[in-house]
Write a protein that binds this ligand. Structure first.
Ligand code: NAD
Length: 429
């Protein structure tokens, strides 16, 4: 199993589009200015602990063999086992995994979960794989990573191109090698195989909770609030449905093809989400349609980019008319756009807080697996609400006390927790 060297330090240019690693390192440097922790700690956090590269040979259905590259970046584990998703996507690279693993470290710390950060994946377009090939790829990838992962070492989860079934196969392959069932090696499994109730809707639920708290903070009654959601998938649709249920007016939603707009408010329950019918949003009967670019620039109280990264950039940040941006996707706002929005006093509720419901319910799943005890859907919902409010209040205190942006405040909360743990444990040897 080869160990690839960590990527070089962040480039000093401010080019767009920026990579996940560039964004993650810029955000770390920006927040470091507001935190009283040793420079050495920040320097260590700029680099991952390790990046593992593996080759994953798969027998195709026609009998030929294809060898795929797979990665697992483990960024930091000072507060607990590494935690983060596995993606199957043609754009996966060691560098991308490192950037995304850094976000997982901050996300777990801002939520005060006893986990560090990791991310991994295979360079493959999952649409080119049959279900059997997807299973064989997953089992072999799990076998190649068996020394790196484990319930107290590194706990993968689903991400782009992987799902609950992928996690069930991964868990099974790992368990077969261990000679016992080890459900806690991955999260995001189906509930029948050690998964948790409420895991699938959790990131969207946390986005809805963050939106509700943000509009409350800025004195916008939820019944008067207008919301636009880009991306009607797991995150976007669940957030839109809950906000609609709670009284907000969801005026626009979109998928990869574009969106629908009704200034009186859409009935979100009638719109098929990506999970039910991919790319079907525009088939919904609504007074108007719009492009994804137009949706981001709507004059609404809250815009929620919940599809892909790098959609709010230096090119359109000046035209964002929403009063608040809540990041549903990971990394939807580039650093340059962040600065423009800050100058324009448009608050951005960052991804590491807003969509952290996913990893939080993953933590609940891991607890249930280790304790061999299932939680009811109500308990999962209540505990998620309470964890989100606790994280929200910690970040809000930093915003109020330090005159910080929401992103810097979330990083300050995370970095203080990580920095204090690193200082207490010391640098070994
Ligand atoms: P998904 O595949 O369920 O849905 C994605 C949606 O975005 C679909 O409606 C798709 O049509 C749309 N879309 C794709 N490309 C688009 C584009 N270029 N412009 C506009 N719309 C586009 O994905 P998801 O799980 O909801 O994830 C969305 C984002 O949230 C990703 O950034 C993901 O990393 C992040 N996220 C997901 C989870 C999770 O557990 N699902 C947790 C945290 C963060």
């Amino acid at each position: 199993m080869a160990q690839t060297p960590p990527p070089e330090s962040a480039p000093s240019t401010d080019s767009e589009p920026e990579t996940a690693l560039e964004t993650a390192r810029r955000q770390l440097q920006a927040a470091a200015e507001h935190v009283d922790i040793a420079d050495g700690v920040i320097e260590r956090l700029t680099h991952p602990t390790r990046v593992v590269q593996v080759s994953v040979p798969v027998e195709r259905d026609d009998g030929t063999v294809t060898v795929y590259d797979g990665y697992r970046a483990q960024h930091d584990d000072v507060r607990g086992p590494y935690k983060g998703g596995l993606r199957y996507h043609p754009g996966v690279s060691a560098e991308e995994c490192v950037g995304l693993s850094m976000w997982m470290t901050w996300k777990c710390a801002v939520m005060d979960l006893p986990f560090g950060g990791a991310k991994g994946g295979v360079v493959v377009d999952p649409k080119t794989l049959s279900a059997d090939e997807h299973e064989r790829l997953t089992r072999r990838f799990a076998a190649e990573l068996r020394d790196e992962v484990g319930p107290s070492q590194d706990i993968p989860a689903p991400d782009m191109g992987t799902d609950a079934q992928t996690m069930a196969w991964f868990m099974d392959a790992y368990s077969m090698q261990q000679g016992e069932t080890v459900p806690g090696v991955v999260t995001g499994k189906p509930p029948v195989a050690g998964g948790s109730h409420g895991r699938a809707e959790a990131p969207g639920r946390s986005v809805a909770i963050a939106t509700r708290e943000a509009i409350n903070y800025y004195d916008i009654p939820i019944d008067d609030a207008t919301v636009a959601v880009q991306g009607y998938g797991s995150v976007g649709a669940n957030a839109a449905l809950l906000l609609d249920d709670w009284g907000a007016r969801v005026v626009a939603v979109s998928d990869v093809n574009g969106g629908v707009l009704d200034t009186d408010g859409l009935y979100t329950h009638a719109i098929p989400s990506h999970g039910n019918q991919p790319a079907a949003v525009m088939r919904h009967d609504a007074p108007n349609t719009l492009t994804n670019e137009e949706l981001l620039e709507l004059d609404v109280d809250v815009v929620i980019p919940a599809a892909v990264g790098n959609v709010i950039t230096a090119a359109n940040a000046d035209r964002i008319q929403a009063d608040i941006v809540v990041e549903g996707a990971n990394g939807p706002t580039t650093s340059a756009a962040d600065r423009i929005l800050e100058e324009r006093a448009v608050p951005v509720i960052p991804d590491i807080l807003a969509n952290a419901g996913g990893v939080t319910v993953s933590y609940f799943e891991w607890l249930q697996d280790i304790n061999r005890r299932t939680w009811s859907p109500e308990r999962v919902r209540d505990e998620l609400e309470s964890e989100m409010l606790s994280a929200w209040n910690s970040v809000r205190s930093e915003v109020d006390d330090g005159d910080l942006s929401w992103r810097d405040a979330a990083y300050v909360v995370a970095l203080q927790r990580i920095g204090r743990a690193k200082e207490a444990r010391g640098l070994w040897p």
